[in-house]
Design a protein around this ligand. Structure first.
Ligand SMILES: [Zn+2]
Length: 622
């Protein structure tokens, strides 16, 4: 055992005694307890198998030596932290036996091992010098009881910056100085988003990487790159295990929220295995050759049974909370099954006659199925064991358009709050994935307004989670699956309206481009292009208009309205994703592992390490 002594001057103690003697300010130990107190750190070597440091490590106990006996007794310990040696639990786990030799997975494990070795070395070397203090003892190897993964679909760096400025301006500031909720997080890094077979990725491949630690092909869900997209027969043997499944096996509560259809690529990658992201219900699948594959909606409802079937003797209790849109994939193509707030004459798409909402209710008779704002508000989060919310036939509304919904819809922050209130009833913790799916859709439609207002709503959901959880036990990761071809251009002056035309520093009139007309700060490289839809709040209204790429004369156009769609250079039916890196922002135990520029798949490995997901699940399956 090493013992470290260091001195801290306690200002209040000095003030009380009025003593100007040896107060320890100069780094020399206080001579007695009245004119200065000594803070001590004890470090204890831990053998492999320790409950916190599975691979062994060092435990640091710190506190003030109140009785000035030069030793730290148990009642004087204020804080305990650990520097753990790496432990490749995944390499020994039966659950991950199929993936452990996958090169992406191995890279992820190597990343964690490297980061932990660095952290361990830093902690141990700091403990060998008197510069160590209670504040610099390692805290990042605390374990996470809860994990929340927030995915802003399509929320590239330019989207984060523009949303930050818009929120600041909506709050009356100049804007640039504003900080979005996750901008406060202490740790951040960058993710390389490409798919195995695609330079610029889609949400299916990227979310599979984040949820399983394995990069894969574009368009496939929960399966590795040996899959052939659209070929049902290639799924068998290539299924990946997700963080949500590991958490479920480990006895944690689990939840999924999306403002898109709950069967859409991002949420689907938490629970489904599919050769094609488009197999959202059985009517979307090929008529022949896919008989042995289950559609994504059915996989959500059968999640518990499917997971149990994969491991001998496993008994789990299923996903506690699933909320989003996409009701059409759960109902028969028969108007008699329409929900009271249906918009289409026949709401359901299913051609097999199954009503999956009824199947879910039969499976979980004490659970609550809700489909509108009234039902959502009636949920008692203290007593509800399971909640299934499908608030729209297709995607939920854009945040700016939410007030136009037939029977009302909760915001992503509302859903996040309700989910956490239900999930945190479990003493073993929870895993929650929250997706803001419509940031992506706003961009695809060419509407910065909708993309940015959904990003602000997403930041509000992150803030709700921060307020409702304890940073000592909850790892929160905020990231995007990919970016968009969305730019912040020109030389606008400080505080210039972010949705407005460029006005240069010291000027009041818009800057003219070489063609003699003004231009906006925000724009797209491709897409449907300019539209002036006035006070329209639904970006998708633009799909009913002609594609209108290229330069327009914006002299008499108010570009700050909700219905304005930015110019695009290249005409495409829908604006596209972009291939540059996206940000990863993290808070809580394990957050310090988010650093540098890495493959997107490390996000799984960070969550897995921080919450011992594989380690705990393995003990159940053994
Ligand atoms: Zn997209």
């Amino acid at each position: 055992m090493k013992k470290l002594m260091l001195s801290v001057a306690i200002a209040s103690a000095l003030a009380l005694t009025g003593c100007d003697g040896d107060d320890g300010k100069d780094g020399i130990n206080g001579t007695n307890g009245s004119n200065g107190q000594t803070s001590l750190i004890n470090s204890t070597d831990l053998a492999a198998g320790h409950s916190v440091c599975l691979g062994g490590g060092v435990q640091f106990d710190s506190g003030i030596d109140d009785n000035a006996d030069g030793a730290l007794t148990d009642d004087e310990i204020d804080d305990t932290s650990y520097a753990c040696l790496p432990y490749d639990v995944a390499a020994e786990a039966e659950i991950t036996a199929l993936t452990v030799n996958n090169p992406w997975f191995k890279d992820g494990m190597a990343y964690i091992e490297g980061a932990l070795n660095t952290e361990y070395d830093a902690a141990v070397s700091a403990s060998n010098y008197s510069t160590a203090s209670a504040n610099t003892a390692p805290t990042t190897t605390r374990k996470a009881k809860n994990v929340i993964l927030f995915v802003g679909d399509g929320m590239g760096i330019s989207t984060v910056t523009a949303a930050r400025i818009l929120e600041g301006q909506m709050n009356g500031g100049l804007g640039e100085e504003n900080v979005l909720s996750f901008g406060e997080f202490q740790f951040a890094g960058l993710a390389k988003t490409y798919n195995v077979d695609a330079q610029t990725p889609d949400s299916a491949g990227t979310m599979t990487a984040m949820m399983s630690g394995v990069k894969t092909d574009v368009g496939v869900i929960g399966v590795d790159e040996d899959i052939e997209r659209g070929e049902c027969s290639t799924v068998d043997g290539n299924e990946l295990v997700t963080a949500l499944e590991l958490a479920e096996i480990a006895g944690k509560s689990t939840g999924i929220i999306s403002t898109a259809r709950i069967t859409h690529a991002t949420p689907a990658a938490t629970y489904a295995k599919s050769a094609d992201r488009n197999w959202e219900d059985i009517s979307d699948m090929p008529e022949t050759g896919a008989e042995d594959c289950e559609d994504i909606a059915s996989q959500l409802v059968n999640f518990e049974a499917n997971l149990e079937a994969r491991y001998d003797g496993l008994d789990v209790d299923g996903i506690e909370v699933a909320m989003g849109g996409g009701r059409r994939h759960f109902l028969p193509k028969d108007a008699t099954y329409n929900s009271p707030d249906a918009v289409s004459s026949t709401e359901g798409d299913r051609t097999d006659g199954r009503d999956l909402t009824a199947e879910w209710q039969a499976m979980y008779p004490t659970g609550s199925y809700v489909y509108d704002q009234t039902g959502f508000e009636s949920v008692n989060t203290a007593s509800t064991t399971k909640l299934f919310g499908l608030f729209n036939e297709s995607h939920m509304q854009y945040e700016a358009d939410r007030h136009n919904d037939v029977a009302g819809e909760p915001s992503v922050a509302d859903m996040t709050r309700t989910a956490i209130e239900i999930l945190d009833n479990n003493d073993d913790g929870f895993f929650l994935m929250v997706e803001s799916g419509r940031i992506d859709h706003g961009h695809h439609a060419g509407s910065a307004y909708n993309a940015l207002t959904d990003t602000i709503a997403f930041a509000d959901a992150v803030q709700a989670a921060v307020e409702m959880t304890n940073a000592d036990e909850t790892l929160i990761i905020v990231t995007a699956d990919h970016s968009h071809v969305f730019t912040i251009a020109g030389y606008p002056k400080r505080g210039n309206p972010i949705l407005g035309k460029v006005v240069a520093v010291g000027e009041t009139a818009p800057t003219e481009a070489s063609d003699g007309t003004p231009y906006t700060t925000l724009g797209y490289t491709n897409g449907r292009g300019f539209m002036d839809l006035g006070d329209e709040t639904n970006a998708d209204a633009g799909y009913g208009m002609d594609i209108n790429a290229g330069r327009m004369d914006l002299t008499d156009v108010d570009t700050t309205t909700s219905g304005y769609h930015q110019e695009s250079l290249v005409p495409t039916s829908s604006e596209t994703h972009a291939g540059e890196d996206v940000g990863i922002y993290a808070s809580g135990p394990g957050a310090s592992l988010v650093t540098g520029t890495n493959e997107q798949s490390i996000i799984f490995h960070i969550m897995d390490y921080a919450a011992d997901l594989t380690a705990d699940a393995e003990q159940i399956v053994e």
